[in-house]
Design a protein. Sequence first.
Length: 255
Amino acid sequence: MISDNGWSWKVKFAVVMLIIAVLFFASRIVVSGDPEEVISYLWKQIGFIPINIIIVAFLIDSIMSKKEHEAILEKIDMIMGTFFTKMGNDLIYIISQKNEYKHDTKDFESLRDWDDKDYKHKLKELKKHSAEFKISLKGEERAEFLNEVYDIVHKNQDFLINLIDNPNLLEKDEFSGLLLALLHLDEELSRRKDLSNICDTDFNHLMGDIGRVYGHLVYEWVYYLRYLNKFYPYMISLAIRTNPFDCKAEVCVLE
């Protein structure tokens, strides 16, 4: 509710402005001696008021919509930071260590020297062709790998569901696709009673689901690093020191 004091100054201001306008028009009539000219001019100006309001309204709406959209995207980027800290980096590390195709992620070890053009080029490349993925494991190694992936995804199930419920994520299809792929993978692994007893055909099917997740993960990780590098350069150092693609990455600052 607007207080009386809030209305008081507005009413006084409006009255003063109207009085000044009347004085200007009255002085014009006195000087020119032609009231019809002043009245004609006044009607013309009044006629343009709706047009001016339309122009201003659309302009303000466009500016506000753009600002709101930028604010939503920034919130999503911050959510992505939480996602990678909580589970994304660990999942990338586990999958990438077993991935037989490392040539398209080998250059991630040199992130310290990347600039915005490098990130942009890599994103364009990953958008066109997802990071290649192939894992061939047998026996205990197969079971160990599947259980590691399952543990990370399943223990963060509530976290993923909460992210999906966030309406802001509708603005970013790629990240939403990653979350849906993770929830599907969680469901696939949860339905299997014994991950140590998986036949080759079923393992290949699961590798398809993990490969889909991996492709989304790599793209979103590069996107997030580009965001940090562009807007929060002081934060990119930690991201590089916890690089999940670099086995020698050390979180402690040594140099």
